[in-house]
Design a protein around this ligand. Structure first.
Ligand SMILES: Nc1ncnc2c1ncn2[C@@H]1O[C@H](COP(=O)(O)OP(=O)(O)OP(=O)(O)O)[C@@H](O)[C@H]1O
Ligand SMILES: [Mg+2]
Length: 277
């Protein structure tokens, strides 16, 4: 389904769940010494509790910027981001980000990296034993129980990203923000992580906003894929993926949806490259 630029709000995919996250008329412009860059323009999206939304679009269209705005690392130039109807005014434990780089601390072992995610979490501050119990529970969830005492450098890339996922999930955030964390991994490891991520999703019922460049990844993971135009990024289309979970990245139905996503991106690029009348 095509959604015109500056359309009305994009609703969640027929979800009976309440709106968790509301992105209302959000634009972002960066002013640097050298130039002014308009990155996002009039973005309106409603995301339901427990929904998995994927942001998909060309490089530089503002996907990471939108995650940063939701995380509260930056403020929108216009518009608002609301979490449970309250404006986001800065970072918080209710919204945690998983970055492209795992960002683990090399001087801490696996367990202590996950514990670090709990140091400032409500209910866990200064409660070392409780922090350890929770961290071990999360390592079990990401299938790394046997590596709690291992130094980070002994882990593979996929294992490091699982530790990063455990750390992000440890404080039990309501919203998980994921910025292409599996991009650097090989296809086999990625396929396994997609399956695990979906299992965790079903078990923990998080609201997730993820960014990817890969249409198959978008179709495999998302309940809804939002396709952005090139910069300034605005919503060009949304595609609902109604396939049952867990989905296999190699499932032909996932490939069919991926083709629909790619076609939307192609339409976007072609429209942008047309000469002005
Ligand atoms: N802090 C900043 N100051 C100035 N410009 C910025 C800043 N952050 C991002 N930009 C610019 O905003 C634009 C969008 O960047 P962003 O990282 O959001 O894109 P993206 O869609 O995530 O791209 P990619 O798919 O390549 O990761 C880019 O042109 C970038 O240079
Ligand atoms: Mg990015």
């Amino acid at each position: 389904m095509r959604v015109p630029v500056s359309s009305n709000r994009t609703p969640p995919a027929a979800s009976p769940e309440p709106i968790k996250l509301r992105i209302a008329g959000v634009s972002k412009t960066f002013e640097t010494a050298a130039q002014t860059v308009e990155v996002l323009q009039g973005v309106d999206v409603d995301i339901a509790a427990g929904e998995f939304v994927v942001l998909f679009g060309p490089s530089g269209c503002g996907k990471t910027t939108l995650l940063n705005l939701i995380a509260g690392f930056q403020a929108p130039t216009t518009g608002q981001i609301l979490l449970d109807s309250k404006p986001v005014q800065g970072p918080g434990n209710d919204r945690l980000m998983m970055f492209q780089e795992h960002a683990l601390f090399p001087w801490l072992n696996v367990l202590d990296n996950v514990v670090y995610g709990l140091c400032w979490a409500p209910g866990y501050r200064f409660r070392r034993r409780k922090q350890h119990e929770r961290a071990l529970e999360l390592l079990h969830l990401v299938h790394l129980s046997g590596f709690a005492k291992s130094p980070v450098h002994e882990l593979s890339g996929g294992m490091k990203q699982r530790v990063a996922l455990a750390r992000a999930l440890a404080p039990d955030p309501q919203v998980l923000l994921i910025d292409e964390p599996f991009a650097a991994l090989d296809a086999l490891v990625r396929a396994k992580l997609y399956t695990e991520l979906q299992e965790i999703l079903v078990r923990t019922r998080k609201t997730i906003v993820a960014v990817t460049h890969d249409p198959r990844e978008a179709a495999c993971l998302g309940d809804r894929v939002i396709v952005f135009s090139g910069r300034p990024g605005c919503i060009q289309a949304e595609i609902t993926i109604g396939l049952p979970r867990p989905r296999d990245i190699n499932d032909p139905r996932v490939a069919e949806h991926a083709a629909r996503i790619t076609a939307q991106l192609k339409d976007t690029n072609e429209a942008q490259n047309k000469p002005h009348a």
